[in-house]
Design a protein around this ligand. Structure first.
Ligand code: GLN
Ligand code: ZN
Length: 784
């Protein structure tokens, strides 16, 4: 039909004309910008260090953009995104585009340059950085806009149009991508001094004029498409928010005329009401859906999809590293085509490929078989196109058959399935797991053994990781130093850390985690079913990346993982020494997980392995064991309807790990990241003896739940200072914090500890801060 937008596409000329009847086309929501070998990271960091100049940085960035666009064009992708590159973060780019720079950066007008841009991201000598928070339920962090009634919005960054033109000059026609106005506003926060109740959506009339200017600019540069990312639509928006959504897009209608408009949603299915709102938008040419995470959307599409509109079907997973099951995707696409009509389906990724690793080509150490099961961003682009091509009649039979062979090899591999583990998990799932004695009684049994003072002091686990330490671990791994030498070096490190804690007067000690590179990798490397990449980096924030392990098979623990280290450490002191483990939910949430079984199955498998470790530690005489669940909160599903199920199995998995220990064994857990108020009942349900919890960056929001009367009988240590900052908190300041906590928590349950591990700090900071912390605890103790 005539409503179908047409765009010259790279492969059009190669397509035989008689296939046009089945012309399904291809689209990529967004692409990683960090580079296959983290080129952007290194360019940014040397620029920030003053080792390189603006041109150097811009050159690296331009080369990355060029190679990404060329890769997509060569693969045959029809709708290629632009403006998904970012020097730091796409939300911050939008803040720059709108000129919404907080006043503390001293910017008034003109195009926003690197100076102001990076100051907002990282702070400068006179102004602290803007806050950063998690992008939906991913491990990517965005810079949170600070808005209020006084912000003067203006078109202050032309990045979108500049990138569009840059691609055009390379002969590539792109779809410029903007974060939609609703997602932008709803992810903002009221600026300091602005009332918390300030309605961010009231700013919509002020930002739309800027969006309109951008659209006009893009149109005159020759853009024929515009993609608005509106992932906020998958959240539980209320009626007035949905109304604001349609109003915003109707408002832009005249500016959108002449452009094909795609609204992309992702990360979950779109709730029925939001779907209705979306479908009623007049100005839209196509809608994008995540069909990997949002299975219910398919039903909504079946019930109602407006004639003549395009459906961007996100069938290739943007958040994982598995090769797509092409024939299964083809079936989904055929179903969709039957519903919405020929030529109306566009094959796409479930979300931006930002959340997966960049390019499998650089993995030299993964074994061939495992590698054949994987696809990173670069390979996913090829998959998207292969699916689209098969619809246009040009099915690449060789590719499809090799794909189905690889899928079959993964399904039947003995490396993947271990019947004994599956049976154990089936058994464990059926029963509940609780420690047999109630927490208050357990605490008494533990106190008999530990004999701790009131307000006991402790730390979270890691001590500063010096470059020397990192080098030693690297050399040991590369077999450049012997095991004996390695153990000796680590032992000396323990001695140093233990002596320091004893001198400081800390009550419950840690060994400092010198033997660990990373709290997940350390365990993953010792469990079966895990694999590690060399370059499978995913941007976490700014120039920072993480390299999640890949869980590919059923998990077992061939032998004890920490007993050797923890018992060595315990023997070095009279004081209690915590055995330190990472919990099952955190290992799961910080890994690329299997897509061939539900997440909770994998989590229970990890729980069983950790349970064995806990019990071995106990047998070895370690009487305080900390099981970190740093990432429990961040795995919370976006939709309220799915949260209870997650929390139930996550908490159950945690309890499996320690329900078998004696009353006198003290189980600690630790959690990072603010906003646990909504899951406080699940935290209580974890039934740990002591929980240490990050608190100081969230304005002691945590304490408000106790103000509201939530009863907490177990030990609890809300962090008394922020370890992310080099600032040394004074004794008075910490004492004041402790007093605030005592206003809502019984002195019998309160622990005194920092927010999180000390890994990223240096020794002089750690010594001063901990010494003040212990002094504060002693001071308050004496006043009890
Ligand atoms: N035990 C870990 C450490 O101290 C916990 C880290 C974390 O919570 N992210 O480093
Ligand atoms: Zn932490």
């Amino acid at each position: 039909s005539s409503a179908t937008p047409s765009l010259p596409c790279a492969t059009a000329s190669r397509r035989p004309r008689f296939y046009v009847a089945r012309a399904m086309s291809s689209h990529i929501v967004g692409y990683p910008r960090i580079g296959p070998k983290r080129e952007l990271k290194f360019a940014l960091e040397s620029f920030w260090d003053g080792k390189t100049n603006v041109d150097d940085l811009q050159n690296v960035a331009a080369n990355l953009r060029k190679s990404i666009w060329k890769h997509m064009a060569h693969a045959g992708i029809k709708y290629i995104p632009s403006n998904t590159f970012s020097y730091y973060d796409q939300m911050l780019d939008t803040t720059a585009m709108l000129g919404a720079v907080p006043s503390r950066y001293g910017w008034e007008s003109g195009e926003i340059g690197f100076d102001v841009y990076f100051s907002m991201a990282r702070g400068n000598a006179s102004a602290h950085a803007m806050e950063m928070t998690k992008w939906f339920d991913t491990n990517y962090h965005y810079i949170v806009p600070e808005l209020g009634p006084d912000v003067n919005f203006s078109y202050a960054s032309h990045k979108a149009v500049v990138e569009f033109k840059e691609a055009k000059a390379l002969g590539i026609d792109t779809v410029p991508v903007l974060i939609g106005p609703m997602t932008y506003l709803l992810l903002s926060k009221p600026a300091k001094g602005v009332e918390k109740s300030f309605c961010l959506l009231s700013l919509i009339d002020k930002i739309l004029p800027v969006y309109k200017e951008v659209l006009a600019d893009l149109k005159s540069a020759g853009a024929r498409w515009i993609q608005f990312d509106e992932p906020i639509l998958v959240m539980d928006l209320d009626t007035s928010q949905l109304q604001a959504f349609s109003d915003a897009y109707s408002h832009m209608e005249s500016s959108l005329a002449g452009l094909n408009v795609l609204i992309a949603t992702y990360f979950a299915d779109v709730p029925a009401e939001a779907y209705k709102t979306l479908m009623s938008l007049k100005c839209v040419t196509g809608f994008g859906f995540d069909l990997v995470r949002g299975l219910e959307t398919l039903d909504l599409i079946k019930m109602n999809f407006p004639r003549g509109k395009l459906l961007f079907a996100g069938v290739v997973d943007g958040r994982n590293i598995w090769a797509n099951d092409l024939s299964a995707s083809l079936k989904t696409l055929q179903t969709l085509e039957d519903i919405v009509g020929k030529e109306k389906v566009v094959v796409s990724t479930s979300c931006s490929l930002l959340h997966t690793a960049v390019d499998l080509v650089n993995e030299m150490k993964l074994d061939k078989e495992l590698k054949s099961w994987l696809a990173f961003a670069a390979q996913k682009v090829v998959e998207v196109n292969a699916l689209a091509k098969s619809f246009s009649g040009a099915k690449d039979e060789a590719l499809f058959s090799s794909n189905s062979m690889r899928q079959a090899s993964r399904r039947s591999s003995p490396r993947v399935t271990n019947a004994a583990v599956q049976q154990d998990v089936d058994a464990v799932k059926k029963s509940d797991h609780h420690r047999s004695t109630e927490v208050s009684v357990r605490l008494q049994a533990q106190q008999k053994k530990l004999n701790l003072p009131a307000l006991p002091t402790t730390t979270i686990g890691s001590f500063p990781q010096t470059t020397d330490l990192r080098r030693i671990r690297r050399e040991f791994k590369a077999k450049k130093i012997s095991e004996v030498d390695y153990v000796q070096t680590i032992k000396e490190e323990y001695e140093k850390v233990i002596k320091l804690q004893e001198e400081l007067g800390i009550d419950v000690l840690v060994h400092g985690e010198a033997e660990r590179n990373d709290m997940v990798e350390f365990f993953g490397e010792q469990l079966s079913g895990f694999a590690f990449t060399s370059n499978g980096w995913v941007q976490s924030y700014g120039s920072r990346c993480v390299k999640p392990p890949i869980i590919y098979g059923d998990i077992t623990r061939p032998k004890a993982m920490t007993v050797f280290w923890s018992s060595m450490a315990q023997k070095m002191t009279q004081r209690p020494m915590k055995g330190m483990l990472t919990g099952p939910v955190t290992i799961l949430n910080w890994s690329f997980v299997r897509n061939d079984q539900p997440r909770h199955e994998t989590c229970f498998q990890i729980a069983l392995a950790i349970k064995d470790e806990v019990e071995d530690l106990e047998k070895a005489g370690v009487t305080v064991i900390q099981i970190d669940e740093a990432a429990l909160r961040e795995g919370l599903p976006l939709r309220k309807s799915e949260q209870k199920f997650y929390l139930d199995w996550a908490v159950h998995a945690f309890r499996i790990t320690n329900s078998g220990v004696q009353d006198s064994t003290q189980i600690h857990t630790h959690m990072c990241y603010s906003n646990f108020n909504d899951i406080i009942h699940s935290i209580i349900d974890m039934d740990a003896d002591v929980i240490t919890i990050e608190n100081s960056r969230s304005d002691e929001k945590l304490l408000s739940v106790f103000h509201e009367g939530v009863k907490y009988g177990a030990g609890i240590g809300p962090g008394v200072y922020d370890i992310h900052s080099p600032r040394i908190p004074s004794t008075e300041e910490i004492a004041e914090r402790i007093n605030k906590m005592l206003a809502v928590l019984d002195s019998k349950v309160l622990w005194v500890n920092p927010d999180c591990g000390l890994k990223t700090r240096n020794y002089s900071e750690v010594k001063s801060a901990l010494s003040n912390m212990v002094a504060a605890a002693k001071l308050i103790r004496s006043q009890l």
